[in-house]
Design a protein around this ligand. Sequence first.
Ligand code: UD1
Length: 418
Amino acid sequence: MQKFIIEGGAAIDGDVVISGAKNAVLPLQAATLLATTPMTIRNVPRLKDVSTLAKVIEGMGVTVTFDDENNIYTDTSTIEHFKAPYELVRTMRASILVLGPMVARFGEAEVSLPGGCAIGTRPVNLHITGLEAMGATVVVEDGYIRATADRLQGAHIVMEMVSVTGTENLLMAAVLAEGTTIIENAAREPEVTDLAHCLIEMGAKITGVGTDKLVIEGVEDLVGVDYTVLPDRIETGTFLAAAAISGGRVKTLNAAPDTLDAVLAKFREAGAKVTLGDDWIELDMRGRKLKAVDIRTDPYPAFPTDMQAQFMTMNAYSTGIGVVVETIFENRMMHVAELMRLGANIRLEGNTAIVAGMPELRGAPVMATDLRASASLILAGLVAKGMTTVDRIYHTDRGYERIEEKLVALGAKIERVG
Ligand code: UD1
């Protein structure tokens, strides 16, 4: 199994180009299922999750072609059946995103029920009840969600919880439903907005984009378009954190500063100098002292759960005490035990972590438990004295494109082995 070996102590310094957002490209890949003509998606990061979803739709008969320049071309005219099998869905829960578009366009979809995952049980009840409200018949049997419908009907849906992929799935279903659908308490994450913009270019009629109330007027069909994925705000935040923790400087290029307000506010509170342009963010920590900050994760525009682990590591190597509260997922604190192996001083009480900053972390072998946990361990390795080995980095490859190459270019000493 591949690992990262990191020698701590080098300050990050330089420019890094941010890739397209993983969580934006996945729903866009699912949205290609709605297009009656070929479609192009650009700025696609080369990630395990992206190839998994490509396999899911290829398995249905869709023609999917990747080129060498981060573009994907899809053609749904060759589609043959409507099943997303367990073998693929179990490796990536976001495969559930094909459910809405398939039932909306073909009146039929069969998607394996995603199992639990490391960060919690993560149910999909909101996806199912939303489709039922639009008139689909949904049965869960033999580990599969089977949905059928003649034509979906517009409905008034009030989401019980803010769900990102839940909102995306129902939005992709509603665009082809007959009549008007209103989705209230919709997720406002930039990736939902990116999907809505793409659907509008494809011919969908959506208002309220970027708010928690989406109003969708169903249309008869949608066409393929040429769409460029928005920059990854979590990758951006992770590189900014690398500069912050190492006392260095980084300029993230091809970024989307307006998607990171809550995160940038916390970097400033932690003592960093942050400057922005239209599509870049620079963080300078040289000669500054990293201070612990309190974090509470919540749906966008509040602080994202996907940056929680990285800030935990920053707190662990700061001055002061920071309290980190995770409100989105019930089991997203597994990096705490690993960070403690590196000398972090953290007390965990349920989903609250009280982190007392330490002047020194020490290298040790650690294990990544999920995608963002892996990022937090890499950040710790950048500053820990001696060598840190991060195992199970297949988690990292699910969501960070060539992270070690980008870090090496910034001066880090990190190597992939195995
Ligand atoms: C998405 C992101 C993930 C991010 C998360 C929260 C993608 C591919 N993944 O995951 O990176 O960490 O948003 O910002 O975009 N819930 C239910 N029932 C449902 C659906 C969700 O109870 O039917 C609960 C979940 O268990 C969780 C909360 O709602 O507690 C939010 O989950 P959700 O927004 O759906 O996360 P994902 O869309 O899976």
